[in-house]
Design a protein around this ligand. Structure first.
Ligand code: FAD
Length: 412
């Protein structure tokens, strides 16, 4: 145990904590920046278990932070990966309408993408779809050439190296417990000692709302992170050739994160999924990972009860697909009818930190709030990894740059 002081403490070494810490250290010379991470390595939760897609910005409401940050973030991510020799590929994807009822939504998606500035989206017919993805079935599709794939663990590791090169530090196995914020600074009690910082940024992902409440942030009272696990199947090696790049369904606008898709990874493997089921533990990657506290908090949250009341059918369908492979495969066959059960084996899982408001609505956009000398990232769903460089830079220089200038100056 050793106590420490820092100018800026960042809680969490996922892709957003690291991007933020790196950006602050690079932009504000001489600031002592420390990232505090509970695990024994970086990127162990959402960052290390996501779909690995560089999102183009197609789905998001025009004018939203997600739209703006995905479009600019994707280009920044490609450039970063190229500069640092990290795996990434601008391979493009297709969003496939499988029947006439999806056409209008698909066209609305096209309009959204255009409004968001996503380049070169094209609507294509079944023949062209077959040329791009011979095993995909659809009556029409959108082709989005700017979507791609990246090695986000590799990106996070490089952010860490760049943070350290700029004089910063990552303290592993440092779980932040109590937080005390006063006009002079922020005191963080961690499992490796107390850190006294001038400013702190809460990038704790699945735990971000709890830490914010512990610090007394009013914005966290009406919002709870409810963990939704996304489970994947993998295509067996002999079936990998059935996919060239990425195949997505037309999303349901009410639940844009639902809808299983096919993703080629950089190593040539293919993932199919994810579904979305309530995780019984915030870091619960399997049904048998259970925390009574986490489950009780989700089930007693008025927002969750409201969501469950209105959408129990959708929720049960997701649970059914989780426990029944045939149901999961049948959802996948809508996009790829020739797929056989035997061509899929259970793969990994990721848990999404989805912020749910008291009234039952899902917090849709990125949500970054401040309280005294603390900044909290309270909602950072997909495309958070794509947008990580932009989010980190905006916190470091645009939104809160003046804070950190002061911290580097006369001790304010
Ligand atoms: C299944 C899934 C698929 C996704 N697919 C994509 C995709 O294809 N493309 C994309 O752009 N985005 C995707 N996302 C979203 C993206 O992964 C997230 O937006 C991003 O990883 C969030 O990063 P983070 O740093 O906020 O969270 P995390 O990566 O979860 O990091 C939070 C960190 O905080 C640490 N922590 C928590 N509590 C404490 C504490 N008390 N003290 C110290 N440390 C603590 C955790 O250990 C963790 O390392 C996906 C997410 C999921 C779950």
């Amino acid at each position: 145990m050793s106590d420490a002081t820092a100018d800026v403490a960042v809680i969490g070494a996922g892709i957003l904590g690291l991007a933020t810490a790196m950006s602050i250290a690079q932009r504000h010379d001489g600031l002592r920046v420390v990232a505090l991470e509970q695990e024994s390595g970086v990127a162990r939760h959402q960052t290390g278990n996501n779909s690995g897609v560089i999102h183009s910005g197609l789905y998001y409401r025009p004018g939203s932070e997600k739209a703006r940050m995905a479009v600019s973030g994707a280009e920044r991510m490609y450039a970063f990966c190229a500069e640092h020799g990290i795996g990434a590929e601008r391979c493009g994807k297709v969003v496939v309408a499988t029947d006439a009822s999806e056409l209008e939504r698909m066209q609305e998606l096209h309009r959204r993408g255009d409004a968001n500035g996503v380049p070169d989206i094209r609507e294509i017919g079944p023949d062209e779809l077959r040329e791009l993805e011979p095993y995909a079935a659809g009556i029409r599709a959108l082709q989005i050439p700017s979507t791609g794939i990246a090695d986000y663990r590799g990106v996070a590791e490089r952010y860490r190296e760049l943070l350290e090169a700029a004089g910063g530090e990552v303290r592993l196995r440092s779980r932040v417990g109590a937080i005390r914020s006063d006009p002079d600074g922020v005191q963080l009690a961690t499992t490796t000692g107390t850190v006294q910082a001038r400013y702190a940024v809460n990038c704790a992902g699945l735990q971000a709302d709890r830490l914010a409440r512990r610090a007394g942030a009013a914005a966290a009272r009406d919002l709870r992170i409810v963990p939704f696990r996304g489970e994947y199947y993998d295509l067996v090696p002999s079936a990998r050739g059935m996919l060239r790049n990425l195949i997505y369904p037309v999303p349901d606008p009410q639940f844009p994160f639902l809808g299983v898709h096919f993703t080629r990874r950089l190593d040539g493997s293919v993932e199919a999924g994810p579904n979305a089921v309530l995780a019984l533990k915030r870091e619960g990657y399997r049904w048998r990972d259970v925390s009574l506290r986490d489950t009780a908090e989700s089930l007693t949250w008025p927002g969750f009860l409201r969501l469950a009341q209105s959408h129990w059918r959708t929720g049960l369908g997701e649970v059914w697909r989780s426990v029944n492979k045939a149901a999961f495969v049948s959802a996948l066959r809508r996009l790829m009818p020739d797929l056989a059960d035997a061509q899929l084996v259970r793969g990994g899982a990721g848990v999404r930190a989805q912020a749910l408001r008291r009234d039952g609505s899902l917090a849709d956009d990125f949500e970054i709030v401040h309280q005294d000398r603390l900044i909290h990232i309270l909602n950072a769903p997909s495309p958070g990894a794509t947008a990580s460089l932009v989010i980190g830079e905006e916190i470091a220089s645009v939104a809160y740059g003046a804070w950190f200038e002061r911290a580097g100056g006369q001790g304010g």
